[in-house]
Design a protein around this ligand. Structure first.
Ligand SMILES: C[S@@+](CC[C@H](N)C(=O)[O-])C[C@H]1O[C@@H](n2cnc3c(N)ncnc32)[C@H](O)[C@@H]1O
Length: 308
């Protein structure tokens, strides 16, 4: 089957779950089932749950996973809302491969690409907020916040002012038009001038960072002894959330930093990060899938016992 998306760090993801021999594997970002189909092939004893908020991705994956139908259930929704509903399910493996899929990026009508004639960027085409409202209706201050905090755009003030100036003449209706505005403010460099602005708007439209926090909260609230979580991030804002949460989960001492003496019993770790540094793509993978260049994989195993 032709797939519109090459799964990143595939072998590394499969290896991270090598200790899992029963229960359920939850793929929080099913996409085109690149990771899921290989997980189902390799681990024939596990059951599978796939979550995505994009109908196109779910439809594609439903067909792709047909041969595993008896072991697989798919859910439409966001992972931060679906995962907490799976309370009774014996989950032993969780994967999230954050960000957008290649199909979402490449299909012009979705409005993620610089050349799109629409201004959309919704992963769930039925969601209320799209890039059009953000760009045309948010205040200048709100745009500055998004460009600065979510996009880490250096000249975020200038960029917000330029957007506000442009939309005062006529609404901005396409991603193409928006990237033209970025080109006028941001000099061409290694990446397209609109890259960071688009990242900021996409994060806002899809509540991407609060979704990750919601997922981490759900995992913290409910996990099973031996459960492995593998999370793939694509930029520093995402990676920081994951890194800090894994650090918290593996800390024995939970006393305030300024406490004079430890009073927590130093026995609070709920598991251990499986790798100290995040795993990144090999040179070989970079050659056939350039989109893997910013991917970082971190894995954590929940375990109250000292042996991991
Ligand atoms: C990078 S792709 C995943 C690709 C997948 N691993 C594969 O190999 O085909 C990310 C997918 O996650 C979905 N997604 C992103 N954030 C989500 C969220 N908060 N809840 C549910 N799905 C989400 C997107 O719609 C997209 O299909």
């Amino acid at each position: 089957m032709d797939t519109p998306h090459i799964p990143v760090l595939l072998q590394e993801v499969l290896d991270s779950f090598s200790s899992v021999d029963s229960g359920y594997f939850v793929d929080c970002t099913l996409g085109y089932a690149g990771h899921s189909s290989e997980m189902l092939k390799k681990y024939s004893h596990i059951k599978h749950i796939g979550i995505d908020r994009d109908d196109e991705a779910l439809e594609f994956s439903k067909n792709r996973l047909e041969e595993f139908e008896s072991r697989s259930t798919l859910y439409k929704g966001t992972f931060a809302t679906v995962l907490p509903t799976l309370k009774e399910t014996p989950i032993m493996a969780v994967l999230a491969d954050f960000g957008v899929s290649s199909l979402q990026l490449d299909k012009k009508s979705r409005g993620f690409s610089f050349e799109s004639d629409t201004l959309d960027m919704r992963m769930d085409a039925g969601a209320k907020l799209s890039a059009y409202e953000v760009v045309n209706e948010y205040s200048k201050r709100e745009l500055e916040y998004i460009f600065d905090t979510y996009g880490e755009v250096r000249s975020y003030r200038k960029l917000a002012a330029k957007v506000v100036e442009a939309r005062s003449k006529a609404p901005i209706t396409s991603a193409k038009e928006l990237s033209q505005i970025a080109k006028e403010v941001i000099p061409a460099g290694k990446i397209h001038p609109a890259t960071l602005m688009f990242q900021g708007i996409r994060i806002e439209v899809n509540s991407e960072l609060s979704e990750i926090e919601g997922l981490l909260d759900a995992l913290e609230a409910k996990h099973t002894e031996g459960e492995v979580v593998s999370l793939i991030t694509f930029h520093s804002l995402e990676d920081r959330l994951v890194k800090n949460r894994f650090k918290k989960w593996s800390s024995q001492c939970i006393c305030e930093a300024h406490a004079m003496r430890c009073s927590c019993g130093k026995n609070n770790a709920i598991g251990k990060a499986l790798v100290k540094k995040p795993i990144t793509a090999t040179k070989e993978e970079l050659r056939f899938n350039p989109r893997s260049r910013s991917a970082k994989l971190r894995s954590f195993k929940f375990s109250k016992t000292s042996k991991i």
